[in-house]
Ligand binder design. Structure first.
Ligand code: SF4
Length: 241
């Protein structure tokens, strides 16, 4: 579900840094810029898979910084998932490695993208600045045109209150479904499923404390304990709403 984002003027926030790495989420931000500028999302024969309006926007940030001697770089990871809200541990490590050479990271993405960067860089001196404001959720129609051009027609932006309610609802429903899959009907924990679920968070091994916690997930009536499940997921680096 694309988030609707609006570029922010962060020149004042960046004025004290000598080097800035621009980390962009290659999903919602290019879509929003294309819609806001009424320009194509993809024009394959002109810009490849890059979105012209978004590339121009990145250049408009870099140029004034470089004119006053600030070193800039860019980072956008497309595989295995382009979405910063779903980055793998490997992708987070890539950011950590790149950000070592910079004083600040400017995130072009939503609050969740900024959170991914903050969490990844929390033990470094690198400052994380969010360069886009989350306005709400976008609903748009994709239009395919010849040759290999994709346009987006924005139908509606659901403002933030609705977004928050939607996110909370989706988060709560997902949590409940996931937890229900971890307990059998007679209230016994299904370790096989739990392990699979945790492995989907890039977790390969479990400490004794985590195993002990898993054993306590399921109550007498087969009801999982949301609080303990949440604690374990957070330990795995999963962000639970
Ligand atoms: S991190 Fe935010 S901006 Fe990026 S794909 Fe996820 S919701 Fe969209």
């Amino acid at each position: 579900m694309p988030v609707h984002l609006k570029p922010q003027d962060v020149s004042a926030d960046l004025q004290h840094f000598n080097s800035v790495l621009i980390v962009s989420c290659p999903v919602c931000p290019p879509m929003c810029l294309a819609m806001q500028h009424n320009s194509p999302f993809i024009e394959f024969f002109k810009r490849g898979i890059k979105t012209g309006a978004f590339e121009d926007y990145i250049q408009s940030i870099r140029k004034p910084l470089e004119q006053r001697g600030v070193r800039t770089g860019t980072l956008a990871l497309h595989v295995p998932t382009p979405m910063m809200c779903l980055w793998t541990r490997w992708q987070r490590n890539r950011l950590l490695k790149r950000a070592r050479d910079y004083e600040a990271v400017l995130v072009l993405g939503c609050d969740s993208a900024a959170y991914s960067a903050q969490e990844t860089l929390k033990d470094t001196d690198c400052q994380v600045i969010q360069g886009m404001e989350m306005v709400g959720t976008t609903n748009a129609t994709l239009k395919f045109r010849f040759p290999l051009r994709i346009d987006l027609h924005m139908n509606r932006v659901l403002k933030n209150d609705a977004t928050r309610q939607h996110t909370a609802h989706v988060g709560a429903t997902m949590m409940r479904d996931m937890m229900q899959q971890c307990c059998t009907e007679d209230g016994k924990p299904d370790f096989e499923k739990m392990m699979k679920f945790m492995q989907s968070c890039d977790k390969q091994g479990f400490s004794e404390g985590e195993i002990a916690m898993m054993k306590q997930f399921c109550g007498e009536a087969g009801r999982p304990d949301p609080e303990r499940m949440k604690q374990l997921m957070e330990k795995c680096g999963c962000h639970v709403s």
